[in-house]
Design a protein around this ligand. Structure first.
Ligand code: NI
Length: 248
C-alpha cells in the first residue's frame, strides 16, 4: 500500500472525504499527509487528525505572504507538538505570480524554518521559479524534509539530495511536456516519495478532473514502468523513505 505524502483534503474541494478515502483504499493508498497552507486550512488539518490514516503538517504557504498574521504563526507553534503533526509545511518561495513580495516571502520562509529547527520537525518545501533562493536559504538551517512537487533538473535534484532532502513526485511526471521522467530514470529511488497534491496536478489520463489520493496508483504505475520494478517494490522503497523522514 502507498501513502499520499502531500494532499489538501479540505472541505472547499471535497464534499465527501470518507468516499475519497475509500476510493483511495481500493487503489492501494491507505495513508495520507494533509498539508495546511493558511490559518483556515491549518485548523482543518487538526480536525482531520482524528481520522486514523491521516497525518498533518502545519504551515503558511508563500502565496499567503500578504494575508497571514502573527497569530497564524503562533497557532502553528502552539500545535506543533500534537502527535500526528509530522512536519512544518507547506512553506517556501513562489515567484511565479508575484516577484514583488520576494523579500517578504523569504522572511516568512525563514521564520518557519527557524521554527522547524527549534522543534526538530521536518519541512515540506514549496519552491516555484525560486530554486536558487530556496537552496541558499535552506543551507542556512539545520533542517531536513521534502521538496514537494519536484520538477527540476537532474542537477538540482542532486543538490537537494546531497542536502538530505527527499523529492516529492506527483502527476507532473505523467505530463507530456515534462522532463521529470528523464530525471527520475537516472535517480535512485531511495530519494523519492509519492504524492498527488490533490486537488491539483491531476495525472494523465485524468487531466481536467479534480485530483484525489487514489491517483497515487497512477503515478506509481508510471514510475514502475519507467524503472522496470513491481508495484510492491516501489511501495516498499517509498514507505522506507517516508519512515526515514517522518515520524509515522
Ligand atoms: Ni500543495
Amino acid at each position: 500500500m502507498f501513502c499520499d505524502t502531500h494532499c489538501h483534503l479540505f472541505k472547499e474541494y471535497y464534499e465527501n472525504i470518507e468516499e475519497i478515502l475509500q476510493s483511495a483504499k481500493d487503489n492501494m493508498v491507505n495513508r495520507y499527509i494533509v498539508a495546511g497552507c493558511d490559518s483556515k486550512t491549518n485548523r482543518e488539518v487538526l480536525n482531520l487528525l482524528k481520522v486514523k490514516e491521516i497525518y498533518g503538517c502545519l504551515g503558511i504557504h508563500p502565496e499567503e505572504v500578504c494575508r497571514y498574521t502573527e497569530e497564524d504563526l503562533e497557532f502553528i507553534e502552539e500545535n506543533l507538538n500534537q502527535k500526528k503533526i509530522i512536519a512544518i509545511g507547506e512553506i517556501g518561495l513562489d515567484y511565479h505570480y508575484d516577484k514583488e513580495t520576494k523579500q517578504k516571502q523569504m522572511e516568512l520562509f525563514e521564520r518557519q524554518l527557524k521554527l522547524a529547527e527549534l522543534s526538530q520537525k521536518p519541512v515540506v518545501i514549496h519552491s516555484r521559479e525560486a530554486t536558487n533562493d530556496t537552496i541558499e536559504i535552506l543551507k542556512k538551517y539545520n533542517v531536513r524534509g521534502v521538496i514537494h512537487s519536484f520538477s527540476g533538473s537532474l542537477e538540482v535534484a542532486n543538490i537537494y539530495i546531497k542536502m538530505g532532502f527527499l523529492l516529492g513526485i506527483n502527476g507532473v511526471i505523467t505530463f507530456k511536456n515534462s522532463h521529470l521522467k528523464e530525471v527520475i530514470e537516472k535517480l535512485d529511488l531511495s530519494s523519492i516519495i509519492l504524492e498527488t497534491d490533490s486537488p491539483y496536478l491531476t495525472p494523465t489520463p485524468f487531466r481536467g478532473k479534480p485530483n484525489d489520493p487514489s491517483k497515487v496508483k497512477t503515478i506509481a504505475e508510471y514510475i514502475c514502468n519507467l524503472k522496470h520494478i513491481s508495484m510492491e517494490e516501489l511501495a516498499n522503497i517509498t514507505n522506507q523513505n517516508i519512515k526515514r523522514l517522518f515520524d509515522i
